[in-house]
Design a protein around this ligand. Structure first.
Ligand code: CA
Length: 249
């Protein structure tokens, strides 16, 4: 949405980027960094340094923005983040010191014009198991003066938004969300299967109709044949009767 927090709208690398085959509902799922669930270890995102996982990743923004804020709740399960560097397309970076606490830590800086934010973990307190991770993070964009008066979210996730305009305004209450590829493919496949079935039914119907017509034709022909035969026999009978010699003669 066009509010100022953009992390959930960013494109993240796939789990393979961290050498970690993963699926949703595991702590190896990158989107766990922005799922806003903070009180369950499985809802964090972690990666293994001993599997060669890189300690940086790009968060691609939906469009060019001016980024001026970042927040994080680090994962405290294993290695503990002590510092981060945020890198931007303008060639500049922000170095942030992170406390080893499971609380949200907010950072504000001068805006950076950028299409992505590279998050690089630069220092950490090592644990016995070399696993690093993030519970949650947030990326904020600079908005023009008066933005918060004109654009007011009615729900925390920003799906319902009020755009105040003088005495009136606009309310956003519907979103067109394109189906993810997998679902789109399933829908396509289901559509194709249904079309094929319909075609088959049509073929079956045509066959049934042809069979019914053939049977009707057979029945009609049989009836005609019988009628003809009956007439023939009648004529023949009449003839036979007519031509039979008179027993009296
Ligand atoms: Ca989370």
């Amino acid at each position: 949405m066009d509010l100022d927090e953009l992390s959930a709208f960013c494109k993240l690398p796939a789990p393979e980027y961290w050498n970690s085959p993963a699926k949703p509902q595991t702590d190896r799922w990158p989107q766990n960094m922005v799922n806003r669930i903070t009180d369950w270890w499985k809802a964090e995102f972690v990666f293994s340094l001993d599997k060669g996982a890189p300690t940086f990743w790009d968060m691609e923004l939906p469009r060019q923005e001016k980024i001026d804020g970042f927040s994080i709740i680090p994962s405290l399960g294993y290695d503990r983040i002590r510092s981060l560097r945020l890198e931007f397309d303008d060639g500049r970076a922000e170095d942030l010191t992170v406390q080893e606490t499971a609380t949200r830590q907010d950072f504000q800086f001068d805006p950076h014009a950028t299409g992505k934010v590279r998050v690089r973990i630069t220092d950490w307190t090592p644990a016995t198991t070399p696993v690093l991770g993030v519970s949650e993070l947030w990326i904020r964009a600079a908005r023009p003066e008066g933005f918060s008066e004109r654009v007011q979210p009615l729900a925390s996730i920003g799906v319902l938004v009020k755009y105040a305009r003088g005495q009136g305004g606009i309310v956003l209450n519907q979103l067109a969300i394109p189906a993810p590829n997998r679902i789109a493919k399933q829908v396509d496949a289901a559509g194709e299967a249904a079309a094929a079935q319909a075609k088959e039914n049509e073929r079956d119907d045509a066959q049934k109709k042809a069979l019914t017509a053939a049977r009707a034709f057979q029945t009609k022909m049989a009836a005609q044949r019988q009628a003809l035969l009956r007439k023939l026999l009648q004529n023949l009978g009449a003839g036979v009767v007519a031509s039979a010699p008179n027993p009296g003669n």
